[in-house]
Design a binder for this molecule. Structure first.
Ligand SMILES: N[C@@H](CCC(=O)N[C@@H](CS)C(=O)NCC(=O)O)C(=O)O
Length: 210
């Protein structure tokens, strides 16, 4: 049975899972979640994921949620994007960091700054969260300075997680000029065979709502 990923193009969390499957050569198909019209709040979707979040992975009666869990499932099935055992904890450290401080904060800030109607954008929350996002980008920049990949000497799930929101055009305070080590690392990931931009990999694009 083909694996399905319930996802939408604007979701960097879904991109982490979609990119991992694609680069690992895993057969999968997207199922569009119409997030901007309440698609993650319907009874059917909540039956699939009580957390009301995309992405959701389904295959052969197995349902997985949480992007890092889906990434780990694919890596364990394919043997791809896992570091040597001695570096496994280091990779997990960055997956947890990303879920809280990286993707976890960038997604919310990008949503507030770009996808809420302009008159509903909360200036004080945006100011506070921007500070948090800048600090986390600084952590990532320092870690990548002098390194090729996040963990060890080959790409792992940590790379495919921490890049989740960094290819999108909608502004949330990340610029390649301000973070040159991150920029060079993004280019290295984008040069991996089969890489695709999130808007190419998953259905749904801000232009659909223009
Ligand atoms: N920690 C989750 C975050 C997933 C998440 O927040 N997804 C967003 C879309 S990018 C969502 O569905 N949000 C709905 C909500 O927060 O209620 C993961 O890594 O999968």
């Amino acid at each position: 049975m083909t694996a399905h990923l319930h996802c939408f193009g604007e979701s960097g969390n879904a991109y982490k899972a979609a990119l991992t499957m694609t680069l690992a050569g895993y057969s999968w198909q997207p199922v569009f979640v119409d997030f901007f019209h309440g698609g993650s709040r319907t009874p059917d979707f909540l039956a699939l994921n009580e957390m009301g979040e995309a992405p959701v992975f389904t295959e052969d009666g197995l349902t997985l949620t949480q992007s890092c869990v889906i990434q780990l499932h694919i890596a364990e099935k394919t043997g791809k994007f896992l570091p040597p055992p001695a570096l496994r904890a280091e990779m997990m450290r960055w997956l947890f960091w990303d879920a809280q401080k990286g993707t976890g904060q960038q997604g919310g800030l990008r949503f507030l700054m770009n996808f809420l109607p302009e008159d509903k954008r909360p200036a004080e929350a945006i100011r506070w969260l921007s500070g948090r996002v800048q600090a986390a980008l600084g952590t990532l920049e320092r870690h990548l300075t002098g390194r090729t990949w996040m963990v060890g000497d080959a790409p792992t799930l940590a790379d495919l997680a921490c890049c989740g929101y960094l290819y999108y055009p909608e502004p949330f305070g990340f610029s390649r000029e301000a973070f040159p080590a991150i920029a060079a690392w993004l280019d290295r990931i984008a040069a991996l065979p089969g890489w695709k931009h999130p808007y190419e990999l998953m259905p749904g694009n801000p232009s659909d709502r223009a």
